[in-house]
Design a protein around this ligand. Structure first.
Ligand code: ASP
Length: 343
């Protein structure tokens, strides 16, 4: 990890929780030329100590310090960066002096990082990802309140044991199924299954709890993870080219996620290519390009017969994360499918 650890001074108080903000860049650290630039700006410009200094109210709710892990736009995240970030967060939550961790992150791939951390960090402590849709230089910038809410959440005892969370636009979402579903708007993040709750004026209000395995109940562990296998996504559409699957395999994929139409449907003219891909030892995982709903096994395609896996309700980019972790443990289709049902 790049260790330009910008430490920010914070008044310590026994009554207040200790929260570390790990900054990775994104629009929440972005800057535009004028206050009218809400959509045209440079992401990943403002260092974490400046972000923290810009919200003096943070010191009312927590003892906050910052670390600059990366300064990148999140579309530039790689598997190596995911592993580096995960290992750092794992070390932080093992520190008895840390009550919670906030990760500032670009919104583009925040849903991938949140799911990854939800699967690999063995802790009850709150880990909260946060971003913004407008840079801090813009009128009605959303980053300030989002970050404030994230710090409140990371220091809230009732947030313990709920897995990795996402705090955006006052909502609390689970890192498992939070997804960026609207660009431009500040209401960018949602889950097909709804938010878990909201943060309003320093207070977390809960209405649901996650039921899928995560963090302390997970079989994946960042501390023993050295690398992630390649998994690539092929998008389904009318008149698609089946040779794209071959390109994914050529790029080193150990599994191909088919981001199919509807119920993860596969065009009749592409089935043989996908069966050949599976016969060559590469796993085929049917997901859907539709944001809501879930893919049903053996419905659109005879998955048992073809030895394919379905991604259930995970979108293709989240399916890619789980597939990469699962393939580090098993090469069995039945085991992969079990993992997709359980997480
Ligand atoms: N492209 C930016 C990023 O993901 C967008 C954002 O942060 O909202 O870093």
């Amino acid at each position: 990890m790049a260790t330009a650890c910008a430490q920010t001074p914070a008044a310590t108080s026994a009554a207040k929780p200790n929260v570390v903000i790990v900054a990775t860049g994104g629009t929440i650290a972005g800057a535009g030329a004028t206050s009218a630039n809400s959509a045209t700006y440079q992401a990943a410009k403002v260092p974490v100590d400046k972000l923290i200094a810009g919200i003096p109210e943070l010191s009312n709710v927590a003892n906050v310090r910052g670390e600059q892990a990366f300064q990148i736009a999140s579309e530039s995240f790689t598997n190596e960066k995911l592993l580096q970030l995960g290992k750092r967060v794992s070390a932080l939550v093992k520190d008895p002096g840390v009550d919670g961790v906030v990760i500032t992150h670009g919104t583009d791939t925040l849903e991938e990082t949140s799911f990854f951390l939800n699967l690999v960090i063995r802790t009850e402590k709150p880990i909260v990802l946060v971003g913004s849709m407008r840079p801090g230089t813009a009128m009605s910038a959303d980053g300030m309140l989002n970050l404030y809410n994230a710090v409140v959440l990371a220091g809230t005892p009732s947030a313990r044991g709920k897995g990795v969370l996402v705090a955006m636009n006052d909502d609390i979402l689970t890192g498992r199924d939070a997804a960026k579903r609207i660009n431009i708007k500040t209401s960018a993040f949602a889950s097909a299954w709804g938010p878990l709750g909201m943060v309003v004026e320093n207070q977390a209000y809960w209405f649901r709890a996650p039921v899928k395995r995560h963090t302390t109940q997970s079989e994946f562990d960042i501390d023993t993870l050295q690398s992630l296998p390649e998994v690539h996504i092929v998008y389904g559409y009318g008149n698609m080219a089946p040779t794209l699957y071959d390109a994914a395999v050529k790029a080193g994929a150990k599994a191909v996620i088919h981001a199919g139409t509807g119920n993860g449907s596969v065009p009749d003219y592409a089935v043989e290519t996908l069966r050949r891909v599976r016969s060559s030892g590469i796993h085929v995982i049917r997901a859907s390009r539709i944001a809501d709903g879930f893919v049903i096994r053996n419905s659109e395609q005879p998955d048992d017969k073809y030895d394919w896996v379905v991604a259930h309700d995970l979108n293709p980019q989240k399916a890619k994360i789980l597939a990469a972790l699962a393939l580090g443990k098993t090469n069995s289709t039945a085991e992969l499918q079990r993992i997709f049902w359980e997480y």
